[in-house]
Design a protein around this ligand. Sequence first.
Ligand SMILES: Nc1nc2c(ncn2[C@@H]2O[C@H](COP(=O)(O)OP(=O)(O)OP(=O)(O)O)[C@@H](O)[C@H]2O)c(=O)[nH]1
Ligand SMILES: [Mg+2]
Length: 221
Amino acid sequence: MAQNAHPSRRESLIQVKASFLKSSSRVEECPPPTRAEFAFIGRSNVGKSSLINKLVGVKDLAKTSQRPGKTQLINHFTMDDGAWYLVDLPGYGYAKVSKTLREEFSKMISFYLRNRENLLSVFVLVDARHDPQAIDMAFMAKLAEWQIPFALLFTKSDKLTRAAQAKVVENYTRKMLESWEEMPPHYVTSAETGKGREEVLLYIQSLIPLFVSPQNSVRNP
Ligand SMILES: Nc1nc2c(ncn2[C@@H]2O[C@H](COP(=O)(O)OP(=O)(O)OP(=O)(O)O)[C@@H](O)[C@H]2O)c(=O)[nH]1
Ligand SMILES: [Mg+2]
């Protein structure tokens, strides 16, 4: 019998090593900004923590919950023996926490985004089942204003047929192009099936070489 009669699944071609590093309530408490960093953000319950777990192949690395508002801190994961950081952020727009708490979260997130110098790209997660939401559009507009690069991830695609998934991307693109010059990089994903996992990891890997550590940069050439 040919040796490759039972090829392993494509999904396993890219492996990443991940371990939890720390949770911080303020950007000043985050690990030193000496590694390329990627952060997951989006509405509460959109599936940020679940998708992180699927990407890294560890079931409970990032805490998930059916109840929105599970992630409340800036959670850093060390990837590939310290080659880069992955960050799980609290969701925005969760109506059931008090307005004060919501404002606190929002301040914490925007301060993190604007001041984290090693942040290479943000992943904005949107539920593939929903039409473009004003809150996500407003958040992406903020990212543009702050000049923070981002990619768009459609989550929970397992709940839609392939045809419906294509339609969602088409709709979203049409809506985005009303106010954007071009559609940002985007991937259809599922934390259930692993769809999009490889593409997102390849995208991350393609950006890591762009990172210049602040410690290595020449301040006064
Ligand atoms: N079917 C399906 N369910 C998903 C998927 N991703 C997440 N879920 C479910 O959605 C719920 C929320 O998932 P989380 O990963 O905790 O969402 P989150 O965005 O981290 O939420 P917060 O931390 O509260 O902001 C859980 O019940 C998950 O099981 C997916 O790809 N497919
Ligand atoms: Mg979460």
